[in-house]
Write a protein that binds this ligand. Structure first.
Ligand code: F0G
Length: 501
């Protein structure tokens, strides 16, 4: 049994040794998902109790000699004593000036809280994490709060938050001796997996829904050398199929059902409080798709509180696209039954109707006192343009956070004086077609525009910046610029919220 960590089913509580987990990362008793626990985790209890017998189905093959004997020791770990909170904070800060790759990673810098590999110096890292926390004054004004911050996870090496999870889970795959890794994806997981697999010299297979992923993401998996399989189904169909395949081939599954992914994805929680000088925001707003990320961030904050690194946790709210809103519906359903939906949204990253981690995410929302909200296609497009107009930019799925925050404020769920952090999950260059269509006025349908309020229509008109196509003639260009500048200056005089500062 691992000295440093075990897996606990988040549904029935059964604990197993890390080597015993099935290749689909599901509990054999109840089909629940696992979480990684450490001797210091809340409710960890006596360290050796409760872990079932090993049935190493998650190894490359039952008789493969490529599997390292792994972290097996039945003794209670002596090395698990953590430094005190002050010591850890100091250590994490100090590592930022180190030249060692593992210290330069914004995930492994916090390695005391994710001791999941034996040899931390052999982890696969692209120096992920350490992403900026931007002030968003114009978006704050639009949403109706005094102070708004954006944690931009799109500033990771492959342009999305997935890198933080991939460095963790792929490093585990390497340590376990796997040659092949795979994921089903709406595009970002596959881009991240392909890059990290290439760095590690592993082979990888990507399953993506045909025609429903942004070109930027698809091009990344090809660039990094993945075997890319476009299936004539949606994300949910891809994941279902892959879950069956990994039970037949020695392939390591890298979707967020893999609990090690979430260990990496919890580290932005540490970064956020570190960047706020160890103050905790009142509210964190996260997009919801397969619901792994909100679960991971919740785990990060709750663990920090448990360890005394922070005194309280932020409320964590999850925002879904209206056309892909199973968790939103679940909260509204008095019988509390999860009903998968046929997902449809232009925010293709979160076009997911049957989210694997919905139980974990719903608990995070309930435990932290947050909400689940849904936003329309028109609201997403507007919020994305507003984030872009602040010089920050993000992909459509990330923009649901600002759109959702506006609704939470309007409903009185977030007060003006609360410090809110939006988690922007992907870079604007991931889906340039969406942005171009928006600015050319080709994105939203007449019905969607008709559903907007008057104020929203005014904002759309002010934000849209289609390119001017002109003759290459000095006087023509001069006249056009004069006209434009006069219009922009006149609009500026009216001081529409969010356009000037
Ligand atoms: N934002 C972006 C940019 C994403 O790519 C995803 C998920 C999410 C938000 C939602 O996060 O699934 O943890 O709730 N993308 C996955 C993928 C599904 O395959 O790239 P979640």
């Amino acid at each position: 049994m691992s000295a440093t960590h075990q897996l606990r089913c988040t549904n029935c509580g059964a604990r197993i040794a890390t080597e015993a987990v099935r290749s689909d990362f599901r509990c054999p008793e109840c089909n629940g998902l696992y979480e990684v626990i450490y001797p210091w985790s809340e409710g960890a209890g006596p360290w050796n109790a409760g872990a079932g017998s090993a049935n190493p189905a998650s190894s490359p093959s039952a008789n493969s000699s490529a599997i390292p004997s792994s972290t097996s020791s039945a003794n209670p770990p002596s090395e698990v004593r953590l430094p005190n909170p002050g010591g850890m904070r100091h250590l994490w800060q100090e590592r930022r000036t180190s030249t060692m790759p593992v210290d330069q990673s914004g995930v492994w810098r916090f390695r005391e809280l994710l001791p999941i590999v034996r040899d931390v110096e052999r982890v696969v890292t692209l120096r992920e994490g350490n992403t900026p926390l931007y002030e968003m004054p114009r978006s704050a004004e639009l949403a109706g709060v005094d102070w708004l911050l954006a944690k931009h996870q799109g500033m990771n090496p492959t342009g999305s938050f997935k890198d933080t999870g991939m460095t963790a889970a792929l490093s585990v795959a390497v340590e376990r001796g796997f040659q092949w890794v795979a994921c089903a994806s709406t595009g970002n997981t596959s881009a991240a997996m392909a890059a990290y697999a290439a760095r590690a010299g592993l082979r990888c297979i990507v399953f993506i829904p045909e025609g429903k992923i942004a070109w930027g993401k698809l091009s990344q998996s090809m660039d990094y050398g993945a075997l890319t399989v476009q299936l004539k189904t949606d994300f949910d169909g891809c994941l279902k199929l892959l879950t069956k395949l990994v039970q037949q081939f020695p392939i390591y599954l890298l979707n967020s059902v893999n609990p090690y992914r979430l260990e990496g994805q919890k580290t932005p929680a540490m970064e956020i409080v570190e960047q706020m000088e160890w103050q905790v925001p009142e509210h964190l707003v996260v997009p919801g798709g397969n619901l792994g990320n909100s679960s991971a961030l919740g785990k990060g904050f709750l663990e920090m509180k448990h360890l005394g690194l922070i005194q309280r946790v932020p409320r964590i709210s999850v925002i879904q696209a209206q056309g892909a809103n199973p968790l939103y519906r679940w909260f509204g359903d008095e019988n509390r039954e999860m009903q998968p939906v046929k997902a449809e949204t232009r925010a293709t990253a979160i076009r997911i109707g049957n989210p694997a981690s919905w139980r974990k995410a719903s608990r995070v929302i309930e435990e932290t006192g947050g909400w689940c909200e849904q936003v329309s296609e028109q609201e997403i497009a507007l919020a994305k343009a507003e984030i872009g107009a602040e010089g920050v930019g993000c992909e459509p799925a990330s923009a649901v956070t600002l759109a959702g925050l506006k609704k939470l404020v309007a409903a009185g769920r977030v007060a003006r004086e609360e410090r809110v952090v939006l988690v922007l999950t992907g870079h604007t260059l991931k889906d340039p077609q969406y942005t171009i269509d928006y600015h050319r006025g080709e994105l939203l349908t007449a019905a969607e525009i008709a559903g907007a309020t008057e104020a929203e229509r005014v904002r759309h008109a002010a934000l849209r910046k289609p390119p001017l196509v002109l003759e290459a003639d000095e006087s023509v260009v001069l006249r056009a610029l004069e006209e434009r500048m006069a219009t922009v200056n006149a609009a500026g005089q009216q001081a529409t919220p969010g356009t000037t500062k």
